[in-house]
Ligand binder design. Structure first.
Ligand code: BG6
Length: 473
């Protein structure tokens, strides 16, 4: 099976995990800028009110890997690997520092002009996420984040500004990173602070509705600005398997999968799915919709389905089995006895990628784009300035094989961007030592280091993969 000659190979990062320069050139604070690293980060993510009132000793997003000042050097390295596409995000508070200003911050806009021009110089297509876990903090404190309908206006204004500005430079856009993350880490996904006496589900689904409407409105604006622009949704994917063949387990897996697909059902098909009433009723949720919402969702669905894939997941109705849990990409899951796991407990399942891709394509019949996949691992820099990361090559080789199998199954796939193509700060733990990159960055968990970049063994391996369009793995 051969991939299309225009297959978009590349890598991905997010502004808040790479750029640093957290207050430079007029940037405002993003919600992620108040989060520490390590165990305290998890606490803060689950109880963000603590983060709002605590002074931590180190905030990893403040400097990250200083991509803001190193982007030329980094893009040159991506070009050397042969990248056709580079996924990053625009930091919303770099453009609107508080989120609710009348005018955008020109310096912030200039930075992305320079960044996208640099990509273009090497024939690299930017793929840009509008909102990747960095809603302006001011919108969280003053408006309550995405629970407030006003966020739709602030977001669409921001979208209008960046579409206008980059309409000829950026063709591929994603409206929200991992839109289903709002269910699992509502602060990250929606800037939500949930009170104890509130129905959490009500707040989350209402906020998600606002994001869905905002996503469709952004699509409308994009199409009106330049009809060539293509818009994608973005799902934290990973099929949820039933633990056993007991019908109860199968039914539970159907329900759990629907929970993740719910938002993509709307974004891809342009309407809430047939199971919505029952689904919301079970959660005691009453969605407030405004006149015109349903029309806008219908008229402006996405063009393609992008997703992250790190692992499959597992569910059971058996209380005893349910105790044997492990971590995963924000979503805790059951330990699958057939799978090995990374040092962070994320289970490794390449076939799960093929399964997930087939499910997504069967469900939506729209082109797919894998925009995140990779292995977070501890790397050791050798004396001769490289990292022998055979474990990463092994992980990626198996996943890329599975991806190509899925394409041979008939799935239409636009491209593949591996996550953290250069080492960046981990979103979940805030650590630097959880590394995904082909390029090592000299920086540790406490923020010490020279920020010098080194090519790992996987750098040369991935270069070959791209050169041969996936034929030499
Ligand atoms: C995804 C996010 O959830 O997983 C990324 O979109 C994140 O921002 C990635 O970095 C890997 O997770 P982590 O916690 O290992 O950084």
């Amino acid at each position: 099976m051969k991939l299309d000659k225009n297959f978009l190979w590349g890598g991905a990062v997010a502004a808040n995990q790479a750029e640093g320069a957290y207050l430079e050139d007029g940037k405002g604070l993003a919600l992620v800028d108040i989060l520490p690293s390590g165990v305290k980060r998890r606490e803060a993510l689950l109880n963000p009110k603590v983060a709002l009132t605590t002074n931590y000793s180190h905030y990893p997003s403040h400097e990250s890997i200083d991509f803001y000042h190193h982007y030329k050097e980094d893009i040159k390295l991506f070009a050397e690997m042969g990248f056709k596409v580079f996924r990053t995000s625009i930091s919303w508070p770099r453009i609107f520092p508080n989120g609710d200003e009348a005018e955008p911050n020109e310096k912030g806009l200039q930075f992305y002009d320079a960044l996208f021009d640099e990509c273009k110089k090497y024939g690299i297509e930017p793929l840009v996420t509008l909102n990747h876990f960095d809603t302006p903090l001011h919108l969280v404190k003053e408006y309550g984040g995405w629970r407030n309908r006003k966020l739709v206006d602030f977001y669409t204004k921001y979208a209008q500004v960046v579409f206008d500005r980059y309409k000829d430079k950026v063709k591929y856009w994603l409206t929200f990173n991992e839109i289903n993350m709002i269910l699992h880490i509502p602060f990250f996904g929606g800037g939500l602070l949930i009170e104890e006496d509130e129905n959490e589900e009500q707040v989350k689904y209402q906020a998600a509705h606002h994001q869905l409407v905002a996503s469709s409105l952004a699509t409308k604006i994009a199409k009106e600005t330049n009809p060539q622009i293509m818009i994608g949704c973005m799902l934290a994917a990973g099929e949820i398997y039933p633990y056993s063949c007991h019908p109860n387990d199968i039914w539970k897996s159907v329900q759990e999968n629907r929970k993740q697909y719910f938002f993509i059902d709307v974004q891809a098909r342009g309407e809430y799915p047939s199971y919505t009433s029952k689904f919301l009723e079970e959660r005691n949720v009453q969605l407030e919709m405004e006149q015109g919402d349903e029309e806008i969702l219908k008229q402006y669905p996405v063009d393609f389905i992008s997703f992250s894939y790190y692992s499959s997941r597992l569910t059971s109705t058996d209380p005893e089995i349910n105790q044997n849990r492990t971590t995963g990409n924000a979503i805790k899951t059951l330990r699958n006895p057939h799978l090995k796991a990374s040092e962070w407990g994320w289970q490794i399942d390449p076939l799960g990628l093929r399964i997930t891709m087939n499910q997504l394509y069967d469900r939506y019949q729209k082109p797919l784009f894998i925009v995140e996949n990779g292995l977070g691992a501890v790397d050791e820099l050798t004396e001769d300035g490289t990292v022998d990361d055979d474990y990463r090559i092994e992980y990626m080789r198996e996943h890329i094989k599975a991806m190509i199998e899925a394409v041979s199954d008939g799935v239409d796939l636009m491209g593949y961007t591996s996550w953290g193509c250069i080492d960046i700060v981990s979103a979940g733990t805030g650590e630097m030592r959880k590394r995904y990159g082909f390029i090592y960055v000299d920086r540790d968990n406490e923020g010490n280091g020279t920020n010098k970049r080194y090519k790992k063994k996987s750098f040369y391996w991935y270069k070959k993969v791209i050169e041969t369009n996936g034929e030499e793995l």
